[in-house]
Design a protein around this ligand. Structure first.
Ligand code: COA
Length: 158
């Protein structure tokens, strides 16, 4: 199932972003020279359950500027969120390290990437093949796109 987000009506995330900054977390756009570090982190954290995410993150780092936002703490990656990977206008994959979840990192990553899409000229974003619909509904007012399963992911090689 895919979900749709209105980029012209995004929630204000500044207070949550400020709170995670106080925890020492930095959310920013990735740079090309970080591609290996980020894709290896995605592989070791999510590669077993979602091997396609490593390929999608690689695509994000093939763009200039990279269409991947990272969250970092203590000099290492703790989360990532990509867009324009499998399809233009799609956001994801997104993931946060197990021990950093439920502190606002995922929402800050998501809204940073969605705001970047808005600045790039998109009116809407599509979250492809959603695994945590309540997170996206809460964080970005995302709504289900009816009839979108399996969508563009039909008949993919695994
Ligand atoms: C989904 C994910 C990115 C959320 O990251 P996170 O850093 O824990 O999210 P946040 O702390 O920013 O959560 C924001 C809000 O959503 C809620 N939330 C977080 N994960 C949720 C989930 N899976 N379902 C419902 N609500 C969720 C939080 O409780 C929080 O609520 P609040 O505003 O009342 O405090 C993270 O759980 C993850 O990496 N999951 C595994 C990968 C995954 O499923 N990715 C999405 C695939 S489509």
């Amino acid at each position: 199932m895919d979900m749709l987000v209105k980029l012209y009506d995004l929630p204000d995330n500044r207070s949550r972003a400020a709170r995670i900054a106080e925890l020492g977390v930095r959310v920013r756009r990735g740079m090309a020279y970080e591609r290996a570090v980020v894709t290896e982190w995605v592989a070791s954290n999510f590669g077993a359950g979602a091997p396609g995410w490593v390929s999608e993150a690689g695509v994000a780092f093939s763009h200039v500027p990279a269409t991947c936002f990272t969250a970092t703490a203590e000099g290492g990656v703790i989360g990532f969120c990509c867009y324009d990977c499998t399809c233009l206008g799609f956001i994801g994959p997104i993931g946060v390290a197990d021990d950093w979840r439920t502190r606002g990192v995922g929402e800050t990553l998501l809204l940073s990437a969605l705001n970047a899409m808005r600045s790039a000229g998109y009116g809407y974003a599509i979250i492809g093949h959603v695994g945590s619909p309540n997170f996206f509904a809460r964080a970005a007012n995302a709504v289900e796109i009816s009839g979108s399963d399996p969508g563009v992911y039909a008949d993919g090689l695994r």
